[in-house]
Every structure is written in C-alpha cells, then in structure tokens.
Ligand binder design. Structure first.
Ligand code: SF4
Length: 397
C-alpha cells in the first residue's frame, strides 16, 4: 500500500492548530529503541491475552473479527469460546442450520453477521477448502470488507498490512497530530508504512491494545504509554478530546444530499421513520397508482406547520402502520432539489411499542428487511442518501 502524501505530509490545518499546540514533542528521551520495538516491548508486558490470539487458523480469526464488530471484546470472549465448541471449523459452520447459528449468536446482535460468516465458509468449501490469504482475495468472500480482510490477512497469514480500527486511528491521530478529520484511505496509508515487517501480527495486536486500554477515547493514560516521548498530544486534553473518535469526525462531514444554493426556492420538510426491530428495518411499498408507485420507502410524511418532528413521526406511523412509537432518535437530515422546491428529509431511528402489530394502511405492502436487503431495494432517487448512510453504518459495499 502506498503512503498518501496528501494526508501524511500535510501540515496541521487551521482546525488542527485550533485544537492544540504541538510543542516540545521530542524533548523526552526514549529507551533508545524505535517506535516498533517500543510498542512491542510494551505489548509483551501489557497485551491482552485474547483466546483467538493463540491461533493462526483463518476461520477462527474471522469468527473473532466478525464477533468483535460493534461488540466489546470482554463480551465477545465467552461467545467465541462457546461458538468454537459448537462450530470448530468452517465445515461445521457451513453445514449448520439457520436456527442453530442464530441460537449460538443470540446475545451478540445483528444475526445477519453470522449468516454472512456461514456464507463465507460455504464459498471457501465450494472452492476447494483453501482460504484466500490476501486483503484483495479475502474481500471476494461474502460479508468481508477491507478491515476484516486486513485483520485475517495479517493475523492468519502474517501479511504486512495495516489493521486500522477506530482505536488505532486515534492513537496515530494523537501521536502524529494528524490533520482532522482523518480520511480512511489516508490513515490506512499512514499506518501501512509503520507496520513492523518482522512481526506484523504482534504489531497490529499491540496497536489495538494500546488504543483500547491506554490511549482510549475517554482518557489518555500518557504516563504509561510507550510512545509518550514521541507523542504530539501527550498531556494535551484539548487535542485528546478532539481526537476521541477521529473516524467519526470524518463521517459527520459526509454530505449525503445536495447543498441549498437557492435560498428563495420553497422548502418542504419531511420526517421519515427508520423503524428497527430484531436486526431488521421496516420498509413500505408505495401504492401502484400513486406518484413513484412500486418504489420502496420509509414511513413518514410532510411536517405540518409548527409541528415537532417527533410528534409528526408518531402521527405518520400511527396513520400509515397503526403502530405506536416508543422512541425516535435523530440520525441525519439531507436535502433534495426539484425544479420548483427543495425537500429536506429528517430521518429518525425508531422503536415501536407494538412492532408485531404493524399493518400496511397506506401502502401496498410492508416488509422487515435485513440491512443487506435494505441497501439493495428500489428507493426513489430522493431517498438514496438513506441507503448510502445505511451501507456506511453497516459496512456494506
Ligand atoms: S502519549 Fe498519550 S495521547 Fe499520545 S499516544 Fe500515548 S496515550 Fe495517546
């Protein structure tokens, strides 16, 4: 992977400069080592003894990586151990029933993850049983994105590749005072050239542990950090706060809709309910004889004058589904431009008191779909930003 000059060599921009001064970075002496040896020395003493770190089996490593997505490591350990007893290898998982894998996964959430895991095992077996061993070829398996592919390529096959999660991005953002917001390609390139070629497995594991236990989002324990003497942010609470989740900063900047350029054009506000229940989302098919008939959409509608967003959501959900909203949390707003007006959509993630009772009162059909199905549905062009946001959130595509 090539180092990106754009992101690495850039001087701190105004925003970065605002969050803190880079001063006296190298005024403490190290133990005479280089960054890699300092980190590995720390890891030898303070690394976490996780059960999947004793194996190089790609199946087991893949399971641990998929389980760890959006779940805390401490919670994952008992699930991982039990899963390995039930499905010790790819053959066992590939042959398991949907009921059996859902039972084993219960409590971890997002059961579509285990279905994708099984699908990946089935593809591997159908191809003869050998696991792909590079970042590129691993991504040809169902449900494996760049992060998981990097993790399996490194931890199972000792490939010298970066494995950058939010924790790792935070460590580098702080240590090297990288300009914010970080972009994913830039941070991967930045880490790629620093992975220890002699021991990429330990190096990547050590980085993850440093970010998870020492340089955490909430607090940076600089006094016990092996990189304190070479860190631009040590002891600087302002930079540390600004870099708590450097990748999220980037995602907030994504503008999914259009910009409002003509302020004189009329603007209508629409609220939409992204209703979630048991890892699925509710979608409705527009009536055939209506405008955009046959397209899928989310329940919702026009905001009435002076109406509160959440009241409007509750009203629309009651009218269109006969259901009662229990909670509604704002996810995003975006604009869409027509010749004569702008529509501003306000998306809320909702839970219902009675999800089993929903009825298609204002549509031809309603369905509960998985995130994978959601991003593939035919939505009207104005609603495409919602699918883009969902694909990013669920790391699809
Ligand atoms: S010195 Fe502090 S801010 Fe810098 S990497 Fe270590 S823990 Fe993080």
């Amino acid at each position: 992977m090539k180092r990106s000059a754009k992101n690495i060599n850039k001087r701190p921009n105004k925003k970065t400069s605002d969050v803190g001064q880079v001063s006296k970075v190298n005024d403490r002496t190290s133990d005479g080592g280089n960054p890699q040896s300092e980190l590995l020395k720390w890891y030898a003493k303070s690394g976490r003894p996780l059960p999947w770190r004793t194996t190089r089996n790609p199946y087991r490593i893949l399971v641990s990586e998929v389980m760890s997505q959006q779940t805390q490591i401490e919670r994952v350990i008992p699930f991982y151990l039990r899963f390995m007893e039930l499905f010790p290898d790819e053959k066992a998982l590939a042959a398991a029933s949907t009921d059996a894998i859902h039972r084993a996964w219960k409590g971890l959430g997002y059961p579509s993850r285990v279905e994708r895991l099984r699908a990946a095992c089935q593809v591997v077996l159908a191809r003869g049983g050998g696991w792909p061993d590079t970042v590129e070829t691993l991504q040809e398996l169902p449900g494996i994105g760049p992060y998981t592919a990097g993790a399996v390529a490194c931890f199972a096959f000792a490939r010298v590749v970066p494995v950058v999660d939010t924790n790792v991005a935070r460590v580098y953002a702080r240590r090297d005072n990288l300009p914010l917001p970080l972009d994913r390609v830039g941070i991967w390139s930045h880490v790629a050239v620093q992975v220890d070629p002699k021991d990429p497995i330990k190096y990547n594991n050590a980085l993850m542990d440093l970010g998870a236990t020492v340089c955490t989002a909430r607090v940076a324990h600089c006094e016990i950090c092996p990189w304190e003497h070479r860190c631009a942010s040590r002891g600087n609470k302002i930079i540390q706060d600004a870099t708590a989740n450097p990748l999220k900063v980037a995602s907030k900047k994504v503008n999914y809709g259009v910009e409002i350029k003509n302020k004189k054009k009329p603007r209508l506000h629409i609220v939409l309910a992204l209703i979630h229940h048991e890892e699925r989302y509710l979608v409705a098919r527009r009536k055939k004889n209506s405008h955009m008939g046959g397209y899928w959409e989310l329940p919702g509608g026009k905001l009435e004058k002076g109406e509160d967003h959440r009241i409007a959501i509750a009203r629309e959900v009651s009218e269109e589904l006969g259901a009662e909203v229990r909670s509604a949390r704002s996810i995003m707003s975006f604009h869409h431009e027509y010749d004569d007006r702008y529509l501003t959509f306000h998306l809320y993630r909702c839970h219902l008191f009675n999800p089993e009772a929903v009825k298609a009162l204002a549509s031809d059909e309603i369905r509960w779909v998985t995130p994978e199905e959601f991003v593939e549905l035919d939505f009207p062009p104005a609603n495409k930003p919602i699918q883009a946001r969902m694909a990013k959130y669920h790391r699809l595509g």
